[in-house]
Design a protein around this ligand. Sequence first.
Ligand SMILES: NC(=O)c1ccc[n+]([C@@H]2O[C@H](COP(=O)([O-])OP(=O)(O)OC[C@H]3O[C@@H](n4cnc5c(N)ncnc54)[C@H](OP(=O)(O)O)[C@@H]3O)[C@@H](O)[C@H]2O)c1
Length: 132
Amino acid sequence: MNADATIVVIGGSSGIGLAVARRSLADGAAVVIAGRSQHRLDAARAELARAEPARAGLARTGADAGRLSAYPADIGDLAQVTRLFERVGTLSRLPAGRLGRPGDIANAVAFLIADDFVTGTVLHAEGAQILV
Ligand SMILES: NC(=O)c1ccc[n+]([C@@H]2O[C@H](COP(=O)([O-])OP(=O)(O)OC[C@H]3O[C@@H](n4cnc5c(N)ncnc54)[C@H](OP(=O)(O)O)[C@@H]3O)[C@@H](O)[C@H]2O)c1
């Protein structure tokens, strides 16, 4: 894994997401976990700090200064998800500079159902990241 990687795990306070966060920390990435419940985030952060104390940085600093941070966000709320990625600082790295909107997907659907020569079944709706 790229040492500069920042892995944002929405749903990282439990189950599969927590396992992804733990593995990513062990592999050297900076990890941001997000979920709706602050209580669950706090518990997950403590668990990750116990499992990966050197990587998480929490055992040394007792603060958010390590490679692990946690922010509350509901993935069903675009404003909260936008705020999350603004805080993490990754939104500005997208060439489009923003998250996707429903109209972006409508454009992709219009392409897929067009009666034209060029067709496709896989489109990357990811803010033009694939171009850089
Ligand atoms: N296909 C399969 O074989 C298979 C196997 C296992 C699991 N799954 C599915 O995979 C998913 C994850 O399973 P899991 O066992 O890891 O579940 P889990 O332990 O319940 O974890 C769900 C995580 O997502 C977060 N979350 C839920 N709703 C959210 C929302 N609206 N916004 C942000 N975060 C949200 C939860 O935190 P908060 O509640 O605090 O938000 C929690 O961190 C589930 O949908 C499950 O059904 C599929």
